[in-house]
Design a protein around this ligand. Sequence first.
Ligand code: OGA
Ligand code: MN
Length: 257
Amino acid sequence: MRLLIRVAKEAQRKYFHRTSCYRFTSEGSTLRKGPVEECKWLCGSSQNILSAVREQVEVRQNFISEEEENALFKEVEKGLRKKRYEFDHWDDAIHGYRETERLQWGDVCESILRRVRAVAFPEGSPLLGPVHVLDLDKLGYIKPHIDSVKVCLLSTFSFYYYYLQYCHSTCLFSFQFCGSTIAGLSLLSDSVMRLVQENNSADWVDLLLNRRSLYILRDDARFKFTHEILKDEESFFSGQRVPRHRRISVICRNLPV
Ligand code: OGA
Ligand code: MN
């Protein structure tokens, strides 16, 4: 069985490498929003799928400066240093990672996060207070998954606890608690995020997440597509190799209205 899964995965990996990647073209696409340059970070399995997700995915290159990247790195490193990278849980959606959350930030980082929230979330949208920080080792990667944020009433019934469910929940009682939007800053490394339509895996798009860029996923791109961060040896964008080093993401989420 495991061998079968491995062979199927290998075939799918080769398929992604072989398949040509569609980009927005200057002619013929009535849905294209701006100059071609605007979408250099986006490619996919067909023009149709690009048009379908175009309103729901966004990458803003160079959203933060090198100094700002440094400030964020210094601040998150304090929380990360104490933890070890997790490699062992075969059923985790993330391989080779450590993570932390941060509610209070210094002035520089707070103003970066204000900028992120201003461009990513509708005005007045309730936000998840703590910012999620995910540190992927060079050998780490994120497998395809759909986020499901749950509020869990713990057995003590004494407090609510935000639980990010990747594969399964250990809580006694929980209910769906997803916001429409996720916004992530990428530090230290370029990477490729792949979105695959949940009910038709032939439909996919790749986002090139350059170091210091901000990505935003909204609505269907968040709930009807799985997302993943490719491992180093599979990290290609539109046929071009994108070496994956250690990568830290700083992720803001909103709550449902
Ligand atoms: C996650 C996730 C993406 C990223 O933590 O669920 O998909 O950019 N992270 O790190
Ligand atoms: Mn996720």
